[in-house]
Ligand binder design. Structure first.
Ligand SMILES: Cc1cc2nc3c(=O)[nH]c(=O)nc-3n(C[C@H](O)[C@H](O)[C@H](O)COP(=O)(O)OP(=O)(O)OC[C@H]3O[C@@H](n4cnc5c(N)ncnc54)[C@H](O)[C@@H]3O)c2cc1C
Length: 629
């Protein structure tokens, strides 16, 4: 049996001050519009989505529940300590406040809570503000599909904690009210620390500050009768590189991605260096090879890039048993339903259905790396759009913290050792560095990431034309590749990286629409929504990102021709195109709905701007996926 061969051993945030331009806030009018015509709301016409209800659904990971449990257990064994090797040294109860780190493995906050106490109380607060309205335009802050994914994450976390001697306390309300109250209640057991994973964006930072303040007011009596205060201990844990290991402070983080690219080149040079050293003809070195080695060593010594200067820490090895839980907790609380969060539940009727939770995350790593052996060709397939296998699909679990990037790194290294190492195995790590980069940028730029002018404060005229925006949102622009991607997003909560870049460029460049409308719609819909990656990528796409050299225009016909040459993807999401000849599906003319706007650079027009845009488009898209245009 395959498994036995496992290689795995609407309340808004009025006080969240992201917006410094209140006059630009069109929330009210757009919210009304949204409720009337949201493709995800119950009264709307879902178009092909509903008509295609008999279409195949791809479960991600595509494994039965018992297989998922088995794979998770085996991963736990691999990444857990044998119980005797680590001892805890603290007293009383420590609270572990789960946020976007919904996992047991490689969870440093959980580990610290365990070491520093006799008993850990794991808590998740279902914060009503996460189910309110988005900041500028009043879209649902969390759509039904991500809410469902979160619910599955919580159920799985509770299951995995229970298997290891704990449980998960689920409370409905604001963390700044719940956590101090719990600290007070468990004061008798000397709770003095609340551990949590550190976040970096304004909404999350405000909650952190409020929790800290609330805890400071809780004065506890220790066993030695000395009074002390409860404290919030924030632990870094969201990235592959630890923030403390960066070769620069976040305030001097490079603004130009080239430094990262240089690091990447250096990586390949180092590979080449290894090749030379390993060769039996080592002594017959050509002079160029010697010079190359000198160059490598020189560049290496000068580089300030993460890859050359810092290493990735290993996963935290967790103890096999995390218990006992604190005494006298009668009611551990209910896992919410989508309805209790104020949302109508939405079934995935077509495309990919992601399963939430750490067990599913570990199973997807197993499925993609080991079972289907897809890692070895990731670099060639990653620009695909259709089906679960062209890319890892790790992002929803990374965003919820169901799996750590360090665990993925360790699995890549294991794969390289046990199967093969090639450009593809490296490239997954390369993409994870992009994820890290956006996280660190959010520390450097703070709220500027959410402002219209972005980190560079670029002044540009944007439109907020509702009709255009709605046609983009609903997938009725008349451009099949745009419409198909937007339908996929609304139906599944996912869109490929290629698709995201294309629809982003179309919205901001061809329609001239305020990029924040697109970013907030993504915030509503994406299962993998993460403020740093989302707003980071949108600011890049809109030309207001931190990198002044990036100015990207995606030619829609060229993208369709290159990435969907037979119109397979378009016809999957727009069944009315299925009967057309393959080469017409993306270019259906009058056989499809009318195009809502002309392209900024139509197929024949040549302007200076187009030349500039096209040159940068040829150079790269979003800076890092340039080779395959
Ligand atoms: C406009 C726009 C908005 C985006 N919003 C988000 C978002 O909210 N959350 C999110 O996780 N990603 C976002 N991305 C990045 C990227 O599209 C997704 O991470 C990727 O498509 C997820 O699919 P995957 O896991 O199969 O990726 P893979 O290609 O398998 O990559 C592996 C991992 O690398 C990371 N990664 C890859 N590309 C990027 C990137 N450009 N930026 C940051 N991390 C990256 C992701 O964690 C991903 O899971 C956005 C990209 C664009 C262009």
């Amino acid at each position: 049996m395959a498994i036995s061969l496992l290689q795995l051993t609407p309340v808004s945030f009025p006080y969240f001050i992201r917006n410094s331009h209140p006059k630009l806030n069109p929330r009210t009018s757009i919210l009304v519009h949204f409720v009337k015509s949201n493709p995800m709301s119950s009264g709307s016409d879902p178009g092909p989505v509903r008509r295609a209800s008999s279409a195949k659904i791809f479960k991600v990971p595509d494994l039965e529940t018992d297989q998922v449990d088995l794979i998770a257990d085996q991963s736990f064994q691999r990444y857990f300590l044998s119980s005797s090797t680590r001892r805890r040294s603290g007293n009383g109860v420590a609270i572990l406040w789960f946020r976007n780190d919904l996992r047991v493995l490689d969870n440093e906050a959980l580990y610290k809570a365990w070491v520093s106490s006799e008993s850990v109380l794991p808590v998740y607060c279902v914060d009503p503000r996460l189910f309110g309205a988005s900041h500028y335009f009043g879209f649902p802050k969390t759509g039904a599909l991500r809410a469902q994914f979160l619910i599955e994450c919580l159920a799985d976390l509770r299951k995995n904690l229970t298997k290891r001697g704990l449980n998960l306390l689920i409370k409905h309300g604001k963390p700044e009210e719940i956590l101090p109250s719990l600290a007070k209640t468990y004061g008798a057991h000397i709770v003095n620390q609340v551990y949590a994973q550190k976040e970096t964006c304004s909404e999350e930072l405000i909650v952190e500050r409020l929790v800290s303040k609330g805890l400071e007011k809780v004065v506890l009596e220790s066993s030695s009768e000395r009074s002390n205060k409860a404290k919030l201990q924030l632990v870094w844990g969201a990235t592959m590189y630890h923030i403390d290991d960066l070769p620069f402070s976040t305030s001097s983080l490079p603004d130009v991605y080239t430094q990262f690219r240089k690091a990447c080149q250096l990586y390949f040079l180092f590979r080449f260096e290894k090749l030379i050293i390993c060769t039996p003809s080592f002594l017959n070195f050509q002079i160029e090879q010697v010079l190359l080695l000198c160059l490598i060593l020189f560049v290496g010594s000068k580089m300030q890039a993460v890859e050359s200067k810092c290493s990735i820490r290993g996963c935290i090895k967790m103890p096999a048993s995390l218990g006992p839980p604190p005494p006298s907790i009668g009611d551990w609380g209910c896992i919410p339903s989508t309805e209790s969060l104020g949302l109508s539940s939405q079934d995935v009727s077509k495309g990919m259905k992601f399963v939430g939770g750490e067990s599913a995350a570990l199973s997807r790593v197993y499925e993609y790396f080991w079972k289907k052996d897809l890692l070895k060709k990731y670099k060639e397939t990653r620009n695909g759009m259709l089906g679960p296998d062209y890319s890892t699909k790790f992002s929803p679990w990374l965003a919820s913290g169901s799996v750590s990037p360090r665990l993925i790194h360790e699995e890549v290294k294991r794969y390289e050792k046990e199967r093969l190492a090639n450009d593809s195995t490296y490239w997954v790590l390369f993409e994870l560095i992009w994820r890290d980069y956006f996280r660190f940028l959010s520390v450097k730029y703070g709220n500027a990431l959410f402002h219209l002018g972005g980190p560079r404060n670029v002044e540009k005229r944007w439109s907020q034309d509702i009709k255009l925006f709605e046609s983009w949102r609903d997938g009725t622009t008349g451009y099949p590749i745009i419409d198909a991607n937007m339908k996929e997003l609304a139906t599944t909560g996912f869109m490929s990286n290629r698709g995201r870049q294309i629809v982003c460029s179309f919205l901001v460049r061809d329609m001239g629409i305020d990029w924040r409308m697109g970013a907030e719609w993504f915030e509503t819909c994406l299962l993998d929504y993460d403020p740093c990656s989302n707003y980071g990528n949108w600011t890049y796409g809109a030309g207001v990102g931190n990198d002044p050299r990036e100015d990207r225009y995606f030619s829609i016909p060229k993208q369709a021709q290159t990435y969907d040459p037979e119109g397979e993807y378009a016809a999957y999401w727009l069944p009315q195109l299925q009967s057309l000849p393959k080469d017409k599906r993306n270019f259906p003319g009058k056989l499809y709905i009318e195009q809502i706007v002309p392209l900024k650079f139509g197929s024949t027009a040549t302007t200076r701007n187009q030349g500039r845009y096209m040159a940068s488009a040829r150079k790269g898209n979003f800076g890092h996926r340039g080779q395959r245009r």
